[in-house]
Design a protein around this ligand. Structure first.
Ligand SMILES: [Zn+2]
Length: 176
């Protein structure tokens, strides 16, 4: 009885192993086909990633890892920032850095519009006031002003950030 069970287990195990092996082979095959598909379409191989579409970034030159997180490894794999994943120097895919920049600018422009709407005025008529607010914020960060009593923790950081947000919003709105 014990022998039979063992044999069944061995047989089950070998089935499982075989299945895992087949799945791995299928995955490898799919990967190889994908690489072949890409390679066939690359005319001018990207010099930065050698046509793979991926690049190992050192922390100092990090773009971003695949999950969008910055991790503390010496090298982090990320999408190549020369061809943006296509592997072809002449036919790059979507420039993620540019896309993110455009997204940030659109958000900044929308935020200043929103501020104007909340104040019940048109942005155009509030532009000078917006610039003036950024000036006041920056003036409140002088060494003398920061020494003033009653400044809560985070005042300096938040003030600097707010001034930057407003300046970026004005610049984004102006470039539309
Ligand atoms: Zn590349």
């Amino acid at each position: 009885m014990a022998v039979e069970l063992t044999e069944v287990n061995v047989s089950e195990k070998s089935k499982t192993t075989k299945k895992a092996q087949q799945e791995q082979e299928a995955a490898d095959h799919e990967q190889a086909e994908h690489v072949a598909w890409r390679s066939a379409r690359i005319v001018h191989t990207c010099g930065r990633c050698g046509g793979t579409g991926y690049f190992m970034y050192s922390n100092s030159g990090l773009w971003r890892n695949m999950q969008g997180r910055i991790v503390m490894h010496a090298f982090t794999p990320g999408v190549c920032d020369a061809c943006w994943g296509s592997g072809d120097a002449d036919r790059p895919w979507t420039d993620l850095r540019k896309l993110e920049q455009e997204h940030s600018e659109a958000l900044a422009a929308a935020s200043v519009e929103d501020l104007a709407r909340a104040a019940g005025v048109k942005y155009e008529s509030m532009r000078a006031a917006t610039t003036s607010i950024a000036d006041v914020l920056e003036q409140s960060m002088t060494p003398e002003a920061l020494k003033a009593k009653g400044r809560p923790i985070g005042f300096r950081e938040l003030t600097r950030h707010l001034a930057t947000v407003i300046r970026n919003a004005i610049a984004a709105r102006a470039s539309e």
